[in-house]
Design a protein around this ligand. Structure first.
Ligand SMILES: *[C@@H]1O[C@H](CO)[C@@H](O)[C@H](O)[C@H]1NC(C)=O
Ligand SMILES: *[C@@H]1O[C@H](CO)[C@@H](O)[C@H](O)[C@H]1NC(C)=O
Length: 563
């Protein structure tokens, strides 16, 4: 906490001097006032409770209309949100209610802070998903009658869109992971006792699942620890796949393992020893070629069985970073400020990593964890080793098993879920089922940074072509310099069970012209010519959040589509 405060303070002072030299006295006064802000208020973020929809948020994905699709499982009986207009779902296969008049999914509208009930048809318990090129959420698998389901949610501006189901997976997939590919298909990998992968949409109905020995090898009987495998699309078009402690680079077109990486030390990282994984932002400076993966937290091999006997082991307290495109890749380990299992790793609009939700003891599973990890960690990529972690302000709400989080266009982090009970239980347990949605506002949202915060005003186009250029016009109160500006695009992930599938950020090349649109009656305007990424390997087609970051303070995002 302290370190970050000092860091920002220094930037503010030096900025002030520089600006004084330019004799912009009024700006200097604003900046001096900034440096006088109380350090904690400015830097450790703020929590706010938003809404209490009647469904616990096990899965979450933010659409290009800034509405968040949220859903739980369907097979446990009534939620606290009814389907609209007296509708009910008649399903002879449902494990609890054959006639279920309750919703198990909703669409959360960020701008109006309202939730609209949706009707999901089969059991979505521990399922997976990915946005495809046209912005539709393709969502697969689950439990019971949902194990082979293929669901679509095509987002809409109004209130008419809902879940559709059509077709079936080649294998039952419970706890699988999805990744969008450069050819616009989605690969679905793994699942409980599903040691294979498959592609959607299928080219022919004869296409079947392809066995993957890595999943068999990394599966530990009774505990597994390789479910929800971590998948990242690398810059050579191959897939990095991580399960348990091991990882490979897979050429999915030929079903060949092209590289086997060293084991990640200290313990397993996948469900139920749920750590989390991100691919760090790709950068134009190396042609988006250097790919680095970071995995944090998890729990020891014995944690699941131990929790079953009432002993909650300490979670893993380290992270590994590996440049997977290196000739001789190796894990570089770093300690977190505290242990954490079931943490969600999200790329903040600044490109830094946020680790949020989870617990300090135990593992994923019903009633299998203790000691909620209420305070998010910031991991700053630009700072020296040993000084990268900052502990942010803690929430009052435990976010244990089946909690989730998503970065919103305005830079807040939406947090929901936590249900470590088999059904909805609100009393008489240490961790009641949690229905509240919260938002965490990281330090950069503080009003004290408003003089540096850019706003995107206009774009030459929001339909961007590979290798193309587009103009972004933005305003910011104090003059920026090219060295303090960044432009990034962010693919909205599908988040469940501590893993944000398809999360991807790219820092883009740009050229910057100062004050071309100076407008005396408002904040000063600027424009930059931004270069789109070169190919669908760097950035698969689809909708991305585009942002300007000035002196570490990000704008709200504008959605762009790349194709
Ligand atoms: C979007 O893509 C999905 C998957 O390919 C397809 O099923 C759906 O029909 C498409 N939607 C539109 C509106 O084209
Ligand atoms: C200048 O700013 C004012 C106030 O925000 C706005 O109404 C006007 O449209 C702006 N002019 C231009 C040319 O951007």
């Amino acid at each position: 906490m302290q370190r970050l405060a000092i860091h920002h303070h220094k930037i503010q002072i030096s900025q002030c001097r520089q600006i004084s030299l330019l004799l912009l006295v009024s700006t200097c006064i604003i900046v001096t006032w900034l440096s006088a802000l109380p350090a904690q208020a400015a830097n450790t973020g703020k929590w706010a409770t938003l809404l209490t929809p009647g469904i616990s948020a096990m899965h979450m994905a933010t659409t290009r209309f800034n509405k968040v699709i949220v859903f739980d499982r369907t097979d446990f009986g009534p939620s606290q949100m009814r389907l609209p207009n007296g509708r009910c779902r008649d399903n002879p296969n449902d494990l609890a209610l054959k006639r279920d008049c309750y919703a198990h999914s909703y669409e959360y509208d960020v701008s109006s802070n309202r939730a609209r009930p949706l009707m999901v048809l089969t059991d979505t318990w521990c399922s997976s998903g990915a946005f495809v090129a046209n912005g539709t959420l393709l969502q697969t698998g689950g439990f019971n009658d949902g194990a082979t389901a293929i669901r679509y949610f095509q987002p809409c501006v109004g209130a008419t869109c809902d879940w559709l189901e059509t077709g079936h997976l080649s294998a039952a997939r419970w706890y699988a992971s999805n990744q969008i590919l450069p050819d616009n298909r989605v690969i679905v990998v793994g699942g409980q006792r599903a040691f294979s992968y498959e592609f959607l949409p299928k080219k022919t109905s004869a296409e079947t699942a392809i066995p993957l020995g890595f999943l068999t090898k990394t599966h530990t009987p009774n505990i597994e620890n390789n479910l929800y495998p971590f998948i990242h699309l690398s810059s050579d078009g191959n897939l990095f796949i991580f399960g348990n402690k091991q990882s490979i680079l897979l050429n999915y077109k030929t079903n060949r393992v092209v590289k086997t990486f060293p084991d990640l030390p200290s313990g397993p990282r996948n469900y139920p020893s749920s750590g989390s994984s991100v691919m760090l932002p790709l950068r134009h400076t190396d042609g988006f070629k250097i790919v680095e993966v970071m995995i944090c937290g998890g729990s020891p091999d014995e944690a699941f069985n131990s929790a079953g006997m009432g002993v909650y082991m300490d979670a893993l307290n380290d992270c590994g970073r590996m440049v997977i495109t290196d000739a001789k890749p190796k894990w570089v380990m770093e300690k977190m400020p505290a242990p954490r299992v079931m943490g969600d790793m999200l790329l903040l609009p600044t490109g830094d990593v946020l680790i949020i939700n989870g617990a300090e003891q135990g593992t994923a599973g019903w009633g299998a964890a203790k000691k909620p990890a209420r305070a998010p960690f910031l991991y700053s990529l630009g700072r020296p080793a040993g000084r990268r972690f900052v502990v942010f302000a803690a929430s009052d709400i435990p976010r244990m098993y089946h909690s989730t989080a998503n970065v919103l266009a305005d830079g807040r982090v939406l947090v929901g879920g936590s249900n470590t009970n088999v059904g909805y239980v609100f009393e008489g347990v240490e961790f009641p089922t949690e229905l509240r949605l919260e938002a965490f506002s990281p330090y950069y949202r503080h009003a004290g940074y408003s003089a540096w915060r850019p706003s995107i005003r206009r774009m030459s186009t929001t339909e961007v072509k590979y290798g193309g250029r587009f103009v972004v016009k933005f305003t910011v109160a104090t003059p920026p310099a090219p060295a303090e500006l960044l432009f990034n695009m962010y693919a909205p992930p599908f988040t469940t069970h501590s893993y944000s599938m398809n999360q991807r950020m790219l820092f883009l090349a740009f050229s910057f012209s100062t004050a071309q649109l100076r407008n005396a009656s408002s904040a000063t305007s600027y424009e930059a010519v931004v270069s789109a990424p070169p190919s669908s390997v760097a950035a698969p087609s689809g909708f991305y959040m585009l942002r300007v970051v000035n002196r570490g303070v990000p704008s709200s995002a504008t959605w762009i589509r790349i194709s």
